[in-house]
Design a binder for this molecule. Structure first.
Ligand SMILES: Nc1ncnc2c1ncn2[C@@H]1O[C@H](COP(=O)(O)OP(=O)(O)O)[C@@H](O)[C@H]1O
Ligand SMILES: [Mg+2]
Length: 259
């Protein structure tokens, strides 16, 4: 069992797309995966085919009351082995409520203890902020997977991101590790993408995955159908790249691909 946060305080860099698709491929490979959506936007929740309006409870209840995880986890209707702890807009209110509670940084970590051994992987999709929701995710995780968009300002904000990880390491979770860094919306034909890749490589060294995710319209379309790319268009470039990233991810775990 391993718990991994998908984190970058910048919005729109591909956190949710990476979470949805990496988890879907892992589930397809036969791993039992729990996806925790801790972003009030709830894009992971809807992108995995869950109708947010139908939810009675969400991560909000986990973080603000004694509700146990098993009460909110829903089984995916589209992929066996995939489970979701959903989020909806009300989660935005949790930030304020949590600032009043004691031990507010370790609520998620403690709640996960009840269920974590039921899964092979637990992925937490963070909101685009350095606030208490992200701190809870980082505190509950063994490692952080960082998507970085291949753009001119790619490394802007990375210092802050690393500071946050260091801060959590020092005070709350000394074993927190960087799982890997994945370049998203990458265009191998442009000098810019290549330059950004080498910059990121200089900074993160062998933490950077060899697989980069290209800009691919199918990846952007799939969530509106509530489908991961492997069920929407498993032959497109986006699907191929996430399948390859999954292989690389598994290799780093030291496990053989069982597919
Ligand atoms: N590789 C990609 N190619 C094309 N569009 C993408 C790609 N990755 C993400 N997107 C789109 O970009 C937007 C932001 O991506 P998202 O995964 O939601 O980022 P974040 O969770 O970091 O805010 C979404 O509309 C998403 O569909
Ligand atoms: Mg997101």
């Amino acid at each position: 069992m391993k718990k991994i946060s998908i984190f970058n305080q910048k919005g729109g860099v591909g956190k949710t797309t990476t979470n949805i698709n990496l988890c879907a491929y892992l589930a397809m490979e036969g791993y039992k995966v729990l996806v925790i959506d801790i972003d009030p936007q709830g894009n992971t929740t809807s992108g995995l085919g869950i109708d947010k309006r139908s939810l009675e409870m969400s991560m909000y209840d986990i973080l603000t009351s004694s509700t146990p995880m098993e009460d909110i986890i829903v089984q995916s209707q589209i992929l066996e082995n995939l489970y979701i702890a959903p989020s909806k807009m009300e989660l935005a209110g949790a930030e304020v409520e949590m600032t009043m509670s004691e031990n507010r940084e370790i609520i998620l970590k403690n709640k996960l203890k009840e269920v974590e051994n039921d899964y092979d992987f637990i992925f937490i999709d963070c909101p685009p902020s350095l606030g208490i929701l992200s701190i809870n995710a980082l505190t509950a995780s063994e490692s952080v997977l960082i998507p970085i968009q291949s753009e001119f300002y790619a490394l802007e904000g990375v210092g802050q991101l690393i500071n946050t990880i260091q801060l959590v390491k020092r005070s709350l979770n000394k074993n927190l590790d960087i799982e890997g860094v994945v370049m998203t919306m990458y265009d191998a034909r442009t000098n810019l993408s290549n330059e950004v890749y080498s910059e990121v490589k200089k900074y993160f060294k062998d933490k950077v995955y060899e697989t980069s995710i290209p800009r691919n319209i199918r990846l952007a379309e799939a969530p509106s159908f509530g489908l991961p790319i492997l069920l929407y268009d498993d032959k497109c470039k986006g699907a191929e790249s996430y399948a390859q990233l999954t292989e690389e991810f598994l290799k780093r775990q030291g496990v053989k691909n069982i597919g």
